[in-house]
Design a protein around this ligand. Structure first.
Ligand code: NAP
Length: 265
């Protein structure tokens, strides 16, 4: 029944559990956020990555196959290889460089076989809940510890509150439309982009900590298992037209998050 709520716990690696959860909740809409987003772990454990980023999507979509339930499936900026000099939009061809990126792209393709799927690609997430890269910068800055940040990786940092608001608006719009929108894929990030070092420097500045805490490094200096795209700043051809207005600039969102955590006034 619309408006009713139910809470079920479901392991999406289990196809039967996925079917049971769909039956018990009869959702009006599904926002699929589950993934293994630890990029290095995916590189080291590709079987696990495919299980968590592709097979779970298969199970969910199979469980929904007889329904017209819209699925909003979260994907990632890491479907791109990062060689483009300007922001990527939805018309750019994905070409992932990591197991994580490839598994998420396969997950997108599986999700899009369900006729009512919309793929949302956010970029580097920060927000309340789990420890994230922004929290790690704050923690180190507050302890006066050096913060190593990449000069050669640019993304569109995305506040989870804003992403949730954007997804909410998308759902409202989809519910009111008679015809399907032009694109099944949307880039949804806070506007603009920055390097990791610019992001860290902005946090340190707003916390009133010494700028010298930020130590610029290049990605190659940290030998991490998975390669990352050098540029995964995203922009959208379609989002403004569909939901009215895209998400605010990343630095405004960052300021709002630092205030929400009472780290700044
Ligand atoms: N993190 C980023 O910077 C980033 C950037 C771009 C796109 N994304 C995408 O955004 C989405 C969310 O990423 P995230 O980093 O926020 O992920 P996350 O913090 O790891 O959250 C993943 C969620 O999936 C749930 N989950 C894990 N295994 C499950 C299973 N077998 N069955 C059911 N649920 C399971 C987890 O539940 P528990 O809480 O119970 O563990 C958790 O709530 C993903 O699609 C990711 O690819 C993330």
């Amino acid at each position: 029944m619309p408006g009713e709520s139910a809470h079920v716990v479901c392991d999406l690696t289990d196809a039967q559990a996925a079917r049971r959860a769909v039956r018990e909740t009869a959702p009006d809409v599904v926002v699929h956020t589950q993934a293994l987003s630890d990029v290095d772990r995916c590189e080291l454990e590709p079987e696990l990555a495919y299980g968590m980023n592709v097979r779970t999507v298969e199970h969910l979509c199979h469980a929904l196959r007889a329904r017209v339930t819209p699925v909003i499936a979260l994907s990632t900026d890491y479907v791109f290889d990062g060689t483009k000099a300007s922001p990527y939009d939805e018309a750019d061809e994905p070409h992932p460089v990591s197991v994580y990126g490839r598994s998420k792209l396969d997950g997108e393709r599986v999700a899009l076989r369900h006729p009512h799927t919309y793929v949302i690609r956010p970029s580097t997430l920060f927000g309340c809940g789990r420890m994230n890269f922004c929290d790690a910068i704050v923690e180190r800055a507050q302890q006066g510890q050096a913060i190593h940040a990449y000069t050669d990786q640019r993304t569109s940092p995305t506040y989870t509150e804003d992403l949730a608001d954007g997804i909410g608006r998308l759902i409202s719009v989809l519910a009111q439309r008679r015809s399907p929108p032009t694109s099944p894929i949307y880039h949804m990030t806070n506007a603009g982009g920055c390097s990791r070092v610019e992001f860290a420097s902005r946090v340190v500045e707003w916390l009133g900590r010494p700028a010298a805490l930020v130590t610029p490094i290049r990605m190659a200096e940290q030998r991490r298992p998975a390669p990352r795209p050098a540029n995964s700043v995203l922009t959208s051809r379609y989002l403004d037209g569909l939901i009215g207005k895209g998400l605010r600039p990343w630095d405004e969102a960052l300021h709002a998050y630092l205030r929400a955590r009472h780290w700044i006034n």
